[in-house]
Design a protein around this ligand. Sequence first.
Ligand code: ADP
Length: 216
Amino acid sequence: MRLAIFGPPGSGKGTQSTRLANSYNLTIISTGDLIREAIAAGTPCGREAESYVRHGELVPGKVVRELANQAIAKQGYSEFILDGYPRTLEQAGWLSEYLKSYNARLQCVVSLMVPDEILVSRLSRRRLHRETGQIYHLDYSPPPPDIPPEEIIQRLDDHPEAILIRLETYRAETFPVEDYYRRKGILIEIDGTGDVESIQSRIVKHVDRFSTLMPA
Ligand code: ADP
């Protein structure tokens, strides 16, 4: 199966793609994670990307394209879920062409819909455990007291200025991509509010129905 998951920053893409990957035995290809790994490793791609990420702006397309294509090839062009890619119409075009050259295409695109005020609260109060990447929310799922405070960190781009830019960029650049997949008839829109399990079961119900209608 070849899936993609869309949603504004803070919509729970990461959480839901982990669950979908487990349910359908897929590998997650998250361009955000690939970029953060490249930054941490100090590779040429990472050095080029860092200031864009810090400001909440999109990283230049060619960097993302290279990272995503490599990951898709490594995965044998199937059994993956794309998280955060494609994010512009240009990237969507590249992806279609790239998959087409291997006789493949995306089968289903999940879009998580969450109102802005919930997104801002989720992102500004989000914290991570440095070592495991486990996500916490200061109000709803605070880090356990046995973790030393210095090990609880905030993501490089979870500060107010970058959050606003990420939300605006999503509206300007990524909304049109949802429309592109809607016109192809493969977009599933899911209410991304409520608890993690309910959202997951909404997604699975639709993906199951969809995958029988849209064979590879
Ligand atoms: P979020 O959706 O919460 O912003 P991500 O982890 O998906 O989080 O992305 C974090 C940052 O990584 C983005 O703000 C952007 O700078 C960069 N990035 C991720 N995916 C892409 C992409 N497909 N194209 C350009 N930049 C990207």
